[in-house]
Design a protein around this ligand. Structure first.
Ligand SMILES: [Fe+2]
Length: 201
């Protein structure tokens, strides 16, 4: 079961009241990006992609956290019966199936760390997992940007970005570009933002 678009917006608004921050605009950009790409892919449900994008970071409702936000989001969505969204709350951060690839602090208990580690290990990623991983790397609080720009920004903010993860996101961009039949960046222009390697601006 997944929430409707309206319910997803209600959940995000509620979460914003608990933790105001640029993550809300980022979530909206990820939703927009995911919907647009899904609309152009055979076999992907654009509505579902939008809701997944909007709620992938919902764990941020519980405060300014790093790795903990994926687990908090998972537990929260599970508690509402939204198992598919719960899955996305975890998988979106692990295009590379390794906790070492996480950019940020490991602010969870050993038990939670083990749970997340096992969860990503046993989960066979589908195109929705991959789509939100890609769009998380394209959605900024200002709008949709190229994967290269977003990753470079994260690198500046955190001081590092694992090469393996960088390569994986570029690979995901290629994967969806092939599905769409053209460079995914071409789906976004002008008011959507993008820039640098992504063109437009
Ligand atoms: Fe995100």
């Amino acid at each position: 079961m997944i929430p409707s678009r309206e319910e997803a917006h209600r959940l995000l608004e509620d979460a914003e009241r608990s933790n105001l921050g640029p993550w809300v605009k980022h979530s909206k950009a990820v939703a927009f990006c995911a919907e647009k790409i899904a609309m152009n892919c055979v076999g992907l449900d654009a509505e579902k992609a939008y809701v997944f994008g909007l709620l992938h970071d919902i764990g941020r409702k519980f405060g300014v956290k790093h790795l903990a936000h994926v687990y908090d989001g998972y537990i929260y969505m599970k508690s509402l019966g939204y198992d598919e969204v719960a899955r996305i709350c975890i998988t979106h951060s692990f295009a590379v199936k390794s906790l070492i690839s996480y950019v940020g602090n490991c602010d969870v208990t050993e038990d939670v760390k083990l749970f997340v580690e096992e969860y990503i290990e046993k989960t066979q990623y589908d195109d929705y997992d991959r789509l939100i991983q890609l769009c998380d790397a394209m959605g900024s609080a200002q709008g949709v940007v190229s994967v290269e720009k977003r990753m470079a920004d994260v690198k500046v903010r955190y001081g590092y970005y694992p090469q393996e993860k960088w390569d994986k996101h570029i690979e995901l961009k290629g994967y969806f570009s092939q599905k769409v039949g053209k460079n995914v960046y071409e789906l976004f222009c002008e008011k959507d933002l993008l820039n640098e390697e992504g063109g437009c601006a």
